[in-house]
Design a protein around this ligand. Structure first.
Ligand code: TPP
Ligand code: MG
Length: 277
């Protein structure tokens, strides 16, 4: 992993984190009318993959926790602010809110609210178009019957797509070990799909994806940590691992400067948009 790559990923992660910091702050003040799903703590799957595949314009499907996906793949921050505020200038005309972000400009399709349904729709869209496609799901969504059959169909039709599992080990508050005895990477492997289980550092994700042939389906299960409550702006009562803080510490001053600059930009952005009301 070269230094430029790491910094570029960090810049994107920084936009995602500082954006979520503002959403957290304003959610505490109760300004949003629709439910909020924060992706803070889970910035690196989207920021790293969007950097690896920059310039390739994949179709994107995500679940309810998708602010980082949208921002990393080039969605307009202004339009996301407006979307969360329910304005018709939002990326989905203010009709989707946090859980169902969609944006034609980046070929990102909105989620319908049933976890994992995006995976079947992804496979259909990829089958029809044969375009490179990335679908993001949670570790609980990966347990849905229709997700498993969709992975099987992608294997059968050899579709050029990536299944990304953002594995925060939680379905709302229930841990994986309570819910299932199997790993999704073994299931995908049994379908004949190249699949890897990795940590959430840019290097881990890059290494995990590096052997993918770009023509067949692959599945990458990425272990992330959800920084806040499942929904809304609350803090779980236990210590959290924070990849963003670790990256900033390891990279050093350059990353700290990026964080400060990005925070300033995002804080101003929110103020300006709110003043427009
Ligand atoms: C089909 C379906 N079942 C149950 C729910 C209720 N529900 C909403 S979010 C959620 C947990 C999702 O966990 P995961 O897919 O791991 O995503 P995460 O919230 O951890 O990002 C559940 C069970 C739902 N929305 N859809
Ligand atoms: Mg989860």
């Amino acid at each position: 992993m070269n230094n430029d790559f790491r910094l570029n990923v960090f810049k994107k992660a920084s936009l995602c984190r500082t954006f979520e910091d503002e959403v957290f702050k304003y959610a505490k003040q109760g300004i949003f009318k629709s439910p909020i799903y924060l992706s803070a703590g889970q910035e690196f799957p989207a920021s790293t993959l969007s950097e690896i595949y920059s310039g390739t314009h994949p179709m994107l499907f995500a679940q309810h926790r998708a602010h980082s996906t949208y921002l990393s793949f080039g969605g307009s921050p202004e339009k996301l602010v407006d979307e969360l505020l329910g304005r018709d200038t939002g990326c989905a005309n203010g009709m989707a809110g946090s859980p169902s972000i969609q944006a034609k400009e980046i070929d990102m399709f909105g989620h319908d609210g049933f976890i994992g349904t995006e995976v079947g729709i992804t496979v259909g869209a990829c089958f029809a178009s044969k375009r490179f496609t990335i679908t993001f799901m949670g570790d609980a969504a990966a347990e849905e019957d229709y997700v498993l059959t969709s992975i099987g169909w992608a294997a059968t039709k050899n579709l050029p797509m990536i299944f990304v599992v953002e594995d925060n080990d939680l379905s709302v508050l229930t841990k994986k070990c309570v819910r299932r005895s199997w790993d999704i990477v073994n299931v995908a492997s049994a379908f004949g799909i190249y699949s890897v289980d990795v940590g959430d550092s840019p290097n881990d994700i890059l290494n995990g994806i590096s052997k993918w042939d770009k023509k067949s389906p692959m599945l990458i299960n990425i272990h992330v940590e959800r920084l806040y409550w499942h929904s809304g702006a609350g803090i779980d009562a236990y210590e959290k691992r924070d990849r963003y803080a670790t990256e900033m510490k390891e990279i050093g001053k350059e990353a700290e400067d990026i964080h400060v600059e990005t925070k300033k930009y995002v804080e101003n952005l929110w103020k300006e948009r709110l003043d427009k009301q």
